[in-house]
Write a protein that binds this ligand. Structure first.
Ligand SMILES: [Zn+2]
Length: 80
C-alpha cells in the first residue's frame, strides 16, 4: 500500500530547483500611466494607475530566477 497524500497532477514546479511556491512575471515593454491629484499644499497624491503591456511577458521561478517560458501558458490558465 503506497497511498500517500493526494497530489494535484498539474501543479507547476520549477524544473531547475523544484520550487513550487513562488513565481514572478516580467513585462519586457510596458507603458505605465500614473494619475496624480494635487493637494492644497502643492503636494501630489497618486490617484490611479494603468498599465499597458506592449511587449512579451515572461515567467520566472521566484526561488532560483530561471526563465520558465515553456510553462507560461499553463501558468496563465491557472491564475484565479
Ligand atoms: Zn527554480
Amino acid at each position: 500500500m503506497s497511498s500517500s497524500e493526494p497530489t494535484i497532477a498539474n501543479r507547476l514546479s520549477c524544473p531547475f530547483c523544484e520550487s513550487d511556491s513562488e513565481f514572478f512575471e516580467i513585462a519586457e515593454d510596458a507603458l505605465i500611466t500614473t494619475y496624480f491629484k494635487q493637494n492644497q499644499d502643492g503636494s501630489f497624491t497618486a490617484s490611479d494607475q494603468s498599465t499597458e503591456i506592449l511587449g512579451n511577458v515572461r515567467l520566472f521561478c521566484g526561488n532560483c530566477g530561471e526563465a520558465l517560458d515553456e510553462y507560461h501558458d499553463r501558468f496563465k490558465e491557472m491564475i484565479f
